[in-house]
Design a protein around this ligand. Structure first.
Ligand SMILES: Cc1cc2nc3c(=O)[nH]c(=O)nc-3n(C[C@H](O)[C@H](O)[C@H](O)COP(=O)(O)O)c2cc1C
Length: 169
């Protein structure tokens, strides 16, 4: 079976992103272009979210709004997985559910499972930000392996997945 080779992960800061404004979307701010470009080029995405007030943070919604727009939405058809960690005992269940709902609107191909809800994150991640919990390390490795298969499945013919008929949305 064809396997995705993970060459590198890129991380972007949301700081340079202005608040989304439909009036500005045809003349993209400089802060938006690198993120759009990186997502367009990526084979797939792994979105990790905390939970803010039973949802995912507004900065992430803002980034999704910027990425989702235009005839060249860079999220439509993009294979991706969602994970999350919070200091509470529910481990971002509500944040991830809300995020999946929003990503459905973008026509992204969100992997249905396995899911990863990291509860009591402050006990499971070291102060250095590293994973020291073997069980969590194993779960995350398994999820990333599944995401590789999911990406392969959706790029099997080397073509981006077609957008759905907009008249049906
Ligand atoms: C404004 C705010 C709201 C939060 N709401 C929740 C919540 O509803 N449920 C939860 O489990 N944790 C909640 N938390 C805790 C965050 O999930 C936790 O601090 C998270 O690990 C922080 O990640 P970050 O440093 O990447 O933002 C909240 C934190 C903040 C700052």
């Amino acid at each position: 079976m064809l396997r995705v080779k993970w060459r590198f992960f890129s991380r972007f800061s949301a700081d340079p992103l202005p608040m989304f404004n439909e009036d500005d979307e045809h003349d993209l701010a400089d802060g938006v272009k690198p993120l759009r470009h990186a997502v367009a080029k990526a084979d797939g995405l792994l979105i990790a979210t905390p939970e803010y007030n039973h949802s995912f943070p507004g900065v992430l919604k803002n980034a999704i709004d910027w990425l989702s727009r235009g005839t060249d939405s860079v999220l439509a058809g993009k294979p991706m997985a969602v994970i999350g960690a919070s200091t509470g005992s529910w481990g971002t269940r509500l944040a991830q559910a809300a995020l999946r709902q929003v990503l459905t609107a973008t026509e992204a191909r969100v992997m249905p499972g396995p899911m990863l809800f990291v509860a009591r994150a402050s006990d499971r991640l070291g102060v250095d930000g590293q994973l020291h919990d073997p069980e969590l390390t194993e779960s995350l490795s398994a999820l990333v392996a599944h995401l590789g298969d999911w990406i392969t499945l959706h790029n099997f013919h080397g073509e981006p997945s077609p957008r759905l008929d907009p008249s049906m949305s």
